[in-house]
Design a protein around this ligand. Sequence first.
Ligand SMILES: C[C@H](N)C(=O)N[C@@H](Cc1c[nH]cn1)C(=O)O
Ligand SMILES: [Zn+2]
Ligand SMILES: [Zn+2]
Length: 480
Amino acid sequence: MRAPAKFAEFVNANADKFIQRLADAVAIPSVSGDPAHREDVVKMAHYLNSQLNSLGVTTELRDLGKHVMDGQELSLPPAILGRIGDDPKKKTILIYGHFDVQPANKSDGWDTEPFKLTVDPKTGRLIGRGSTDDKGPILGWLNVLEAHKSLGLDLPVNLRFCFEGMEESGSEGLDELILDEVKKEKEGWFYGVDCVCISDNYWLNDRTPCLTYGLRGLTYFKITVQGPARDLHSGMFGRAVHEPMTDLIALMGKLVTPDGKILIPGIDEMVPAADEEEKKLYTSLDYSIADVEDAVGAKIAISADKATVLMGRMRMPSLSLHGIEGAFYGAGAKTVIPAKVSGKFSIRLVPPQTPEKVNPLVVEYLEAEFAKLNSKNILTIECLHGGKPWVADIKHWNYEAAIKATQAVYKQQPNLTREGGSIPVTLTFAESLGVNVLLLPMGRGDDGAHSTNEKLDRSNFIEGTKLLGTYLYEAAAISA
Ligand SMILES: C[C@H](N)C(=O)N[C@@H](Cc1c[nH]cn1)C(=O)O
Ligand SMILES: [Zn+2]
Ligand SMILES: [Zn+2]
């Protein structure tokens, strides 16, 4: 059975209502990485939970315990487990999404208030933190449920849900929850799941829908250099003491070259080079150097060769420098020597790399480079969180269903991509449930996830809702 025409008609007719639901969700600043917003992440969990209940989904808010962030012990936000449908004749699909978001302040350079959804009438853009990552896609699933409930339509498959509020901060507590549920077998929430669908990434460009079969892993470091007991006057102590910031910049300058080569021995070398056949996969994607440059808003692509740029994002590791905590960054010309500074950087990982294999190389290299500085300051190295990379089998019926749904909704053949970002739980689902996982993105490559002015195009939200619903029908129709 294919998606009935009245499903798409309902989605079109209720577009404004769905956008209001997105506005309500964006208004809750559920920033998982900021202890000051922890209550908002919990509020978001309760908001979603009551929406799911009102749409007929049985749920449980699962306590994930506590963790330490910035030296503070905090309760983790609850995860939401849900189920609707128990027909043994139907397939069972597990949907994952996250309701936490990255930090956002207007002063970062946003043109609008980040936690107030702004609808641009000229472009149709729905602008606000979390619009594309990942509140829009989660609400897309709710829109599908609402359409079926209102139209009195049976869902074509049984659905299970797992929504978390810590994805942007390492998915703490979630792996344990999943493994516990899997152990419970028939009594567990994930029993009988046939495949997983995650909508939490983006098209490559602004015109071609995508299905995604790979994600990079991640290992995130904080390195701290500490020296004097307090901040110092640089006129009194400059060239008289070892300066923590000088040491830190020297270390951070030894991690990666401006053209992306990772300088830590053994990391780039762990990844086999692509052969000509694999390179063709990248050349054949609908993508151009102009797409990457349009998405970032500057002509700064690392190469003029499309395959090199795509492989840099999808099948090579990358090391990015994110920031320095404790440094002077305000206006004016303060002549301070900061007493303690922490540099943050992360490495995106690809198979066969894992945090376990890569972290010892990072620590050994940093310690050796620090020793070469002959500084009397103290270096400490912490790994804040990590996750393994994941690659799926695209010949599975789950992908076949998503290709057919994309053709039906967008009248286009999707790009098949690997994603540069990370969703640590993906591999946990694939391995612990032993099922195929599909990433079915809703948003576009220029949405600005994690950036200022994050947006989701109205058409992606509405057609994306149809895509998610249509995918369920296509999955139901395939004899697996
Ligand atoms: C791809 C997904 N939407 C995403 O943004 N994931 C984050 C996960 C993360 C890990 N540490 C902090 N955030 C990402 O890839 O950065
Ligand atoms: Zn994100
Ligand atoms: Zn996300």
